[in-house]
Ligand binder design. Structure first.
Ligand code: ATP
Ligand code: CA
Ligand code: CA
Length: 501
């Protein structure tokens, strides 16, 4: 913030910067809407630039900001990535340039600025020269990982650019926004597996949706969040693979970003609007008997986008159980999770109803139960809702390391779910949807100051500090996530895994 109270970044007015970026990106992304070809090794080093004088040129528009130049890095490679992530050039351009970007407050210490597109799809983050260079060097490996493991939770990078104006260079990446904005989130965490300085500040706590950290998580969820074993195995396997890739590039200091949507809480809060509105809004679904509390909650909730989304997740799981792996793979390719016909939503709705009352029961029972009981999830009595026709034998092969066809299929299902939300429950038995991704991966061990390590080591033990070597960092990250953050729904005392039909 300068003397006049305007926020500047490297002495460029943030507002001017935003407008200039949009002008530049509109031109550049539009221009790169060319026929596709395969990515060649040299493409990772490709740099193009374009000048944008205020008076405009034959190719570029007039504008009222300072003259600038936009450098585009590795455009062929990034175009490949965008395509692989299912982003078409026109909608990409529309998201970036159609409307004003919004500032995102950055709780990080790096001083990067974050913008988010008006439609919440993309995040623009400024990066240092070191980070930009590092990303360019990383691209071939990133490409390799993406082609071998398209279901990665690593950031989706859509572009790397540099804005240059009067000898200032501002480099920025465009990536996916992991935090959904169409659902109400109850908590958000940035997790590293470290305890050193891993507590959100008081100031951060005052925000509407603060970014909490490891120690806050341990306090809020001392028993972790419980995932049905299928999701747990898939999620942990994906994270382990991603961490292996990060380790191979000596990357550390990355985090898992975790956002939680609490469906049960939301249902409870809408329940009060109750009977009258639920009756009037559901005229074609006349209630024949006096509705119970959970019927009312259902009626209230059934038009909610999150609920619909949840039904899709459930429907998806169900489909998976009901078809053989091969059959389901077929149905996966038809965007099942995006388009569920109303008939199947109705069926699932009927099926979900007992689960919801189970959840309500759980909440009232929870006081009597020992706090470490983790063996719920979707209740087995829920009439075929989540019956594991995949027997325990067929789920255990997921972890034995061989990437066979079945595993491949299962990984694909997880990556789709990661966007729709991964179902989980907390210790109260609340139904949750989790949104996760790995962020901030441009920190390289060899490039960082050695001093930091030496200094911090003298104050706290090796295990406690977040500065250590990449393999230690990765192992600790995985350990924390697999033991403390996510827990596998227990098989004992639970017929979840047995076919009880
Ligand atoms: P530092 O290096 O000090 O940790 P940074 O400036 O590099 O911080 P990040 O760690 O990348 O910033 O991100 C800071 C915060 O911004 C995250 O904790 C998260 O809340 C938010 N954020 C970052 N990337 C994303 C993303 N892809 N989607 C949604 N939110 C994000
Ligand atoms: Ca960070
Ligand atoms: Ca960082």
């Amino acid at each position: 913030v300068d003397e006049t109270g305007n926020i500047t970044y490297k002495r460029v007015m943030v507002d001017d910067l935003m407008k200039s970026l949009q002008i530049g990106l509109n031109y550049v992304v539009g221009k790169h809407h060319q026929p596709q070809r395969q990515v060649l090794y040299q493409d990772f080093q490709q740099i193009e630039y374009q000048d944008f004088p205020p008076e405009g040129t034959r190719l570029t528009p007039k504008h009222s900001y300072a003259e600038f130049r936009l450098k585009t890095y590795a455009q062929t490679a990034f175009r490949f990535f965008r395509n692989a992530f299912g982003v078409d050039p026109f909608s990409f351009m529309l998201s970036l340039c159609g409307k004003d970007l919004r500032d995102l407050p950055n709780p990080g210490a790096s001083g990067s600025i974050f913008y988010i597109t008006a439609d919440d799809a993309y995040i623009i983050k400024t990066v240092s020269r070191k980070e930009a260079r590092f990303l360019l060097g990383l691209l071939p490996g990133y490409y390799m990982n993406l082609t071998q493991n398209p279901f990665t939770l690593l950031p989706k990078f859509f572009g790397l650019f540099c804005y240059q104006s009067s000898n200032k260079n501002i480099r920025f990446v465009i990536m996916n926004n992991l935090i959904p904005t169409n659902v109400k989130l109850s908590e958000k965490y940035d997790l590293k597996g470290s305890i050193y300085k891993r507590k959100a500040s008081e100031e951060e706590h005052k925000r509407e949706l603060p970014t909490l950290k490891d120690n806050d998580y341990k306090y809020q969820h001392p028993h972790g969040l419980i995932l049905e074993s299928f999701f747990y195995d898939q999620l942990m396997q994906t994270i382990e693979d991603d961490v292996r890739v990060l380790g191979s590039f000596d990357i550390m200091d990355y985090s898992l970003l975790l956002a939680i949507h609490n469906i049960t809480e939301e249902m409870k809060s809408t329940q009060n609007h109750s009977l009258i509105s639920s009756l009037s809004s559901n005229e074609n679904e006349k209630l024949t008997s006096i509705p119970t509390d959970s019927d009312i909650a259902m009626a209230q909730f059934s038009n909610h986008p999150t609920y619909i989304q949840y039904l899709r997740v459930i429907e998806f799981i169900r489909a998976q159980q009901e078809h053989s792996v091969l059959n389901t793979r077929q149905s996966l390719s038809d965007t099942r999770i995006n388009n569920v016909d109303t008939e199947s939503i109705k069926t699932v709705k009927e099926n979900l109803s007992p689960v919801l009352s189970t959840v309500t029961n759980r909440i009232s029972q929870s006081n009597e139960e020992s706090s470490n009981s983790t063996n719920i999830i979707f209740h087995p009595q829920s009439k075929g809702l989540i019956h594991h026709k995949l027997s325990s034998a067929s789920t255990s092969h997921l972890t034995d390391g061989l990437i066979g066809d079945d595993v491949w299929y299962n990984r694909q299902s997880l990556s789709r779910l990661a966007m729709a939300g991964i179902p989980a429950v907390n210790q109260n038995g609340d139904l949750l949807l989790l949104y996760v991704g790995v962020i901030d991966i441009l920190q390289n061990y060899r490039l960082r100051k050695k001093l930091e390590h030496v200094f911090k080591s003298t104050l706290v033990t090796r295990e406690e500090i977040s500065v250590c070597n990449p393999s230690h960092y990765g192992a600790r990250f995985v350990r924390f996530l697999s033991h403390k953050v996510f827990r596998k729904g227990s098989r004992t005392g639970n017929t979840l895994l047995s076919d009880s039909q």
